[in-house]
Design a protein. Structure first.
Length: 441
């Protein structure tokens, strides 16, 4: 079996081989290259001037922060979702995180505050970020070692605190600038992220429930040239923070290629032990992403995901199988109708464990589903189609341009009876709708 020293060696090799692409939703384009690195998870950059910084400036507190290159900003999100098959009762909306809150009620998803300093890629520089979140979303993105309360039977109704990110960046002025990140950060994997501002929908994809939310470790980011970007490093594992559920590290990385101003390709990967108390069996995840800006108005995105787990998945799925595979593909499309409305669509097929899709662990999926599956956690095939819009009611207003509303309708289907309604019936499909409001400050 391979233990921590083997994982460290592998991770260091990965870091040296793939040291660095700008990560997810925290990277502002600072390179002087003609093709700057772009965001993978979401087209969201930290604005140089925010409403919060403007307010601090009114009382004379912004200038000292600005002189240090520090930006303070955040957002608040709240929404309402409904199970269209049943209009009453506490029926969970499946699947997965953020969409399994008890249906037919309002949810206070998150208020998030960030304190961030971006590094200069042309000199020795130190920066980083601290991000604090409070809301019901914290129940689904909790990391090992950072848990402030037990959510209880209906976690979607209990807001709590979480620290999604807390890291230090150091820029080393070699080549185009090597950025080294140490701490806790949003994972490289996936198109969707826990920052709602850059996602097309209030609800999340099935693939989002099959990857980690955050990871803790050391990463390197480097822009090789106009087209190639690399990232690599080692972390404690999926959703691990101040504690680790086994004695090994894993490798996390990304290779990016910018074909031209319209087409970007990325290959994300994660390799290492992820199961509780098991450091000998490796989980390997491959996550290709393609982004095509067809026209100024039309944008298409395709994501694939394949994960092979060589050990038991007891902590993640409740099963004790010898081997396991989860995989799927998701397609996205967005079309800007005008300054006020962007139309969005998502189509997806996925294969995985029902407990992962339901956002629960162990045998918690049972109850009405147990009559169909007994005590064994099954693998299922699911599809979903979501249609929605991003509405900005006042895009010209200096304050209310930061407000957006995202209504959506969603249809899910499976080969099996996996969508419960009330205490008895379980269906092969599900109709749901939702809307959220996001205000950035």
């Amino acid at each position: 079996m391979l233990y921590r020293k083997d994982a460290v060696s592998m991770a260091v090799a990965g870091l040296l081989a793939t040291c660095g692409f700008a990560m997810a939703d925290t990277q502002v384009k600072t390179s002087s290259l003609s093709l700057d690195p772009s965001v993978v998870h979401a087209d969201v950059d930290a604005a140089p001037s925010t409403l919060l910084m403007t307010g601090l400036d009114k009382i004379g507190a912004a200038k000292p922060l600005t002189n240090l290159g520090i930006n303070v900003y955040g957002w608040v999100e709240a929404g309402y979702n409904v199970n269209l098959r049943q209009q009453q009762g506490n029926t969970p909306i499946r699947p997965g995180p953020f969409t399994q809150e008890v249906g037919n009620h309002a949810a206070f998803n998150q208020v998030t505050l960030r304190v961030q300093r971006l590094v200069d890629s042309k000199k020795w520089d130190v920066g980083g970020m601290v991000e604090v979140l409070f809301g019901t979303d914290a129940n689904y993105i909790r990391s090992n070692g950072i848990e402030y309360q037990t959510p209880g039977d209906n976690p979607g109704e209990v807001p709590q605190f979480e620290i999604p990110q807390a890291y230090v960046d150091v820029n080393v002025p070699v080549g185009n600038g090597l950025k080294v990140r140490v701490g806790k950060f949003v994972t490289l994997l996936g198109t969707e992220t826990i920052d709602p501002r850059g996602n097309a929908f209030y609800s999340h994809s099935y693939l989002f429930s099959l990857i980690p939310f955050t990871q803790t470790g050391v990463m390197g980011f480097y822009q090789l040239n106009d087209q190639w970007s690399l990232a690599g490093g080692m972390t404690r594992g999926w959703d691990q923070a101040t504690e680790d559920d086994n004695s090994s590290l894993d490798v996390l990385g990304q290779v990016g290629y910018k074909l031209n101003q319209q087409v970007q390709l990325y290959l994300n990967y994660s390799i290492g032990p992820q199961n509780v108390g098991d450091s000998g069996h490796y989980r390997t995840t491959i996550n290709p992403i393609a982004i095509w800006q067809v026209t100024d108005k039309l944008k298409l995105n395709a994501e694939g995901l394949y994960t092979y787990d060589g050990g038991y998945n007891g902590s993640g799925t409740g099963a004790t199988h010898a081997y396991g595979d989860t995989y799927g593909v998701a397609l996205y499309g967005s079309y800007v109708i005008n300054d006020y409305v962007t139309a969005n669509a998502r189509a997806e097929w996925a294969h995985g464990y029902i407990s992962e899709f339901n956002g629960v662990s162990g045998s918690s999926y049972s109850g009405s589903l147990s009559s169909y599956f007994g005590s064994t956690v099954p693998t299922i095939n699911v599809i979903e189609l979501t249609l929605g819009a991003t509405i900005k009611p006042m895009p010209k207003d200096p304050i209310l341009q930061n407000l957006m509303i995202r209504p959506e309708v969603r249809y899910d289907a499976s080969e099996d009876h996996v969508y419960p309604v009330g205490s008895g019936a379980v269906y092969k499909d599900q109709f749901s709708a939702g809307v959220d409001v996001i205000f950035t400050f």
